[in-house]
Design a binder for this molecule. Structure first.
Ligand code: SAH
Ligand code: SF4
Ligand code: F3S
Length: 472
């Protein structure tokens, strides 16, 4: 039996009341002193940011969090649909919960995130895993308390998806995972419909948050000690297009940059079709924006870019990159690339290799094309075998490894400002990150974690640097 809901409530109006009701139910149901939740998030930072909102709501309902599902009263999988591999992992991990549910029948298992906005997948999971008690899609995040309450109080399965109202629901509490590194969503959804990509189907139409809300959230983060703030959106360059006052992304980041404090400002993802010279000038002239541009090119072949519906060609991409290299000193460029798009030939692939060599990226996120049901590319002719694509993929990794290693070597002897992020094991080694997003390992005490330091680079590996802290 299941319950379906069509009514939508703004978070502030009634959802907080459901959190109180959940608290009361959990007082009787919990296995430990406090109710415990386990949340596993897959996919991109957008999902991570959603996960932090789910945690925020649960925290308000009295929950604490554990990194083991065995200890949890509520288990939540926040899923990603971008590639088949990501989906397979979720199927495997949810399947593995069968015994746990047998042992603790009162544990509620919930599935949410992008996979749940694909009907065929959500239906399959709902049928395959009868012990899943709650399914909700990305568009139901703001009514999570209501849905959770229904599932807990009725004992019936709750299934809620496909209720895109194209609205932004503000006021959802946030519990950030990081103390000094944080995500700040500035927009949701995507209008680009790249032919390989599922995101516009599972995240809905592009909509931007009001500038004043973003500015006040950024200010709060800076004031509470955040040192590395990343603005999030699937295509941040088109920020503001749906807003009445028509503010641009460059204007937004100029305003944040004017806030006092010692912090870095980053953003992702930039789409090359909307990446303007004004934006690059803004980065170059800023005080806090990191000199790093993540600019996915996807393919070096203009023919494939057209089939991908990317709205730029190889030449346009290289023009932006060259402008950025000239304007921003020591700019660090990173990118996403897909190998084996339907119809891609080895000649096309060689253009991808030559673009990589020409740009010399700091690092790349590399993907083998994965067909997604419902996207135009999934029905295109795809004659190249998986084996052949894997060979191309390996060739690309080898080329990029050489470039990254050369770039790292060139940094030996320089002094870099880094943010100390974490301990690496227990040998007194700290992981730090440069403004250009390169990891630097240094020896030092954990009291430096969360602070900016200067490091003299002494050694380089293929992807990382090693160095010494420069003590003042
Ligand atoms: N909005 C961002 C990317 C979001 S998805 C942008 O446009 O850059 C992150 C990356 O996953 C994409 O850049 C792309 O390289 C990859 N990707 C998306 N769909 C894919 C698919 N079907 N197969 C393989 N890789 C894919
Ligand atoms: Fe997907 Fe393209 Fe939108 Fe990025 S811009 S999320 S790749 S459709
Ligand atoms: Fe995955 Fe959804 Fe992000 S499909 S990549 S979690 S927007």
């Amino acid at each position: 039996m299941e319950e379906k809901y069509s009514s939508l409530n703004d978070f502030n109006n009634s959802q907080s009341e459901y959190l109180d009701l959940i608290f009361e139910i959990m007082e009787k149901r919990k296995r430990s002193d406090k109710p415990v939740a386990y949340i596993r998030t897959y996919g991109c930072q957008q999902n991570v940011a959603d996960g932090e909102r789910i945690k925020g709501m649960l925290y308000k309902a009295g929950f604490e969090f554990d990194d083991k599902p065995d200890n949890a009263d509520i288990i939540i999988f926040n899923t990603c649909a971008v590639r088949e591999h990501a989906e397979d992992r979720v199927f495997g991990n949810v399947g593995a919960l069968k015994n746990l549910k047998r042992k603790y029948p009162n544990t509620l298992i919930a599935l949410c995130g992008c996979m749940m906005e694909q009907k065929h997948i959500a239906d399959r999971m709902y049928k395959s895993f009868p012990y899943v008690g709650l399914v909700f899609g990305t568009h139901a995040l703001h009514i999570f308390p209501e849905l959770l309450y229904r599932a807990l109080s009725s004992g019936k399965r709750v299934y809620m998806r496909d209720n895109d109202d194209s609205l932004i629901h503000e006021g959802i509490p946030v519990k950030r995972d990081g103390r000094f590194k944080g995500w700040l969503p500035i927009m949701y959804g995507c209008n680009n419909f790249c032919t390989y990509c599922i995101v516009p189907y599972v995240r809905g139409r592009e909509r931007s948050r009001e500038k004043d809300i973003i500015l006040s959230e950024a200010k709060d983060m800076i004031n509470s000690g955040y040192k590395d703030i990343t603005l999030l959106g699937q295509n941040v360059n088109s920020y503001g297009k749906n807003l009445k006052n028509g503010v641009s992304f460059s204007e937004l980041i100029r305003e944040i940059d004017s806030f006092d404090g010692d912090y870095w400002l980053r953003f992702m993802t930039s789409h090359p079709k909307d990446c303007t010279k004004e934006l690059i000038d803004t980065i170059a002239d800023s005080k806090h924006i990191s000199k790093h541009l993540h600019l996915p090119f996807q393919s070096g072949s203009s023919r494939i870019l057209k089939l991908m519906n990317r709205h730029y060609d190889r030449q346009k991409y290289l023009e932006i990159v060259n402008y950025a290299k000239n304007k921003i000193e020591d700019v660090s460029l990173t990118s996403d690339v897909i190998v084996g798009f339907p119809g891609e030939t080895y000649e096309d692939f060689k253009e991808t290799l030559s673009l990589i060599k020409e740009v010399e990226f700091t690092s790349l996120f590399t993907f083998i094309y994965s067909p997604r049901v419902g996207t135009p590319a999934a029905s295109m002719n795809d004659p190249v075998s998986a084996e052949e694509k894997s060979k191309w993929f390996q060739e690309l990794l080898d080329v990029q490894e050489e470039i990254a290693s050369k770039r790292c070597k060139a940094m030996v002897g320089t002094t870099q400002k880094v943010l100390v992020e974490s301990e690496k094991g227990k040998d007194g080694i700290l992981n730090c990150r440069t403004s250009g997003n390169i990891i630097v390992e240094v020896k030092g005490s954990d009291e430096y974690i969360g602070t900016f330091q200067n490091v003299k680079v002494t050694e380089s590996g293929n992807w990382i640097l090693r160095g010494n802290l420069i003590k003042e």
